[in-house]
Design a protein around this ligand. Structure first.
Ligand code: PEP
Ligand code: MN
Length: 338
């Protein structure tokens, strides 16, 4: 349910509504807009008739049901776009956030070399996996904590914030010690225990769409994180599985305007996993910016042919520089910047 307060409702009246919601064993979620305050009451749907009586309290204009299955993620609860400040970078603002780096952290030289190059080309954050979800148990699984330490070293030198994946609830405490943004990979988008666990932290989360999750399921996954208290969620379209085999996945850019209509959460696009081939990455990065993406995840490697994972879709440094120049043109055309 959403309690819409009158435009002239006092703080006292707002607090009384909050207390009453808590008293009814719901969780209040307050969103103060420019015009008025709206308060979401989150909890067991079966009891909602009890909330309807809030209409009798002073300062309340109306009590309306939340029609979408996702609530905290929906624009009904918060209609202005969410913006987060992460290590001096604004996510969800005018500037397109480019998170670039290798698929996996492989060595000290590799990550430092890449961090310097992507920083020079204008990236805002560094990505790199230390815990890798691989299709085969025989493939490189990541350097673990050693990889996280190397990311930290790259951050200390370049100032770039770090985005890195966590795969299990048990690793969350370790990963949040190093990460500025925790990545939940496509394969874990419906790992509900993991979602709840990262929801208990204060570290922003980049939640990737699964290979076969619908947009609604992605939003419900975000809801798991939000409902635990962590409000800093970024959604990421990274391609879905279709009958098409010319590309690794089918980058569903439809998701960008759909999500923009449905949610206040920032939306990233990952054209590296979305296409699977470095030659298509720049074109789809430009398209993503044109479609309204707030950020991009781009895989970059000093020597893609030597990469332990995802070399075929990784850009060399010079191609990444070209990508940055091309997306700057598109960004300007749609009133954004890079
Ligand atoms: C990655 O970002 O390297 C990755 C494993 O992505 P996804 O979870 O989207 O496959
Ligand atoms: Mn990858």
């Amino acid at each position: 349910m959403i309690v819409v307060m009158k435009a002239d409702a006092t703080d006292e009246e707002i607090n009384r509504v909050i207390e009453t919601i808590e008293h009814l064993n719901y969780r209040p979620h307050v969103s103060r807009g420019v015009e008025r305050c709206i308060i979401g009451a989150i909890g067991d749907e079966r009891q909602k008739s009890r909330l309807q009586s809030l209409e009798a309290l002073p300062g309340v204009e109306s009590v309306v049901p939340i029609l979408k299955p996702y609530k905290l993620a929906s624009k009904q609860v918060k209609d202005s776009p969410s913006r987060y400040q992460i290590n001096g970078v604004e996510v969800g603002g005018k500037k397109i956030v480019v998170v670039a780096g290798p698929c996996s952290v492989e060595s000290r030289d590799q990550i430092l070399e890449t961090a310097r190059a992507v920083k020079k080309a204008g990236a805002s954050m560094l990505r790199g996996g230390a815990f890798k979800p691989r299709t085969s148990p025989y493939s490189f699984q990541g350097l673990g904590e050693e990889g996280l330490k190397l990311l930290k070293e790259a951050k200390d030198e370049t100032g770039l914030a770090i985005q890195t994946e966590v795969m299990t609830p048990e690793d969350v405490d370790l990963v949040v010690k190093y990460a500025d943004v925790i990545q939940i990979g496509a394969r874990n988008v419906q790992n509900f225990k993991l979602l709840r666990r990262v929801g208990e932290t204060n570290t922003p989360v980049c939640l990737k769409r699964g290979l076969s999750t619908t947009i609604e399921e992605l939003l419900m996954a975000a809801e798991y994180i939000l409902s635990e208290g962590n409000q800093q969620v970024i959604l990421c379209e990274r391609g879905i599985r279709t009958f098409e085999t010319a590309t690794r996945n089918t980058l569903d850019l439809n998701a960008v305007p759909v999500l923009k209509e449905e949610t206040h959460l920032p939306v990233y696009v990952d054209p590296s996993h979305g296409t699977g081939h470095w030659r298509y990455v720049t074109a789809m990065a430009q398209a993503a910016v044109a479609a309204g993406a707030d950020g991009l995840l781009i895989e970059v490697h000093p020597r893609p042919h030597e990469a332990f994972s995802d070399g075929a879709q990784s850009l060399k440094f010079d191609n990444f520089e070209t990508l940055m120049q091309r997306i700057a043109l598109v960004a300007e055309a749609v009133g954004r910047s890079v």
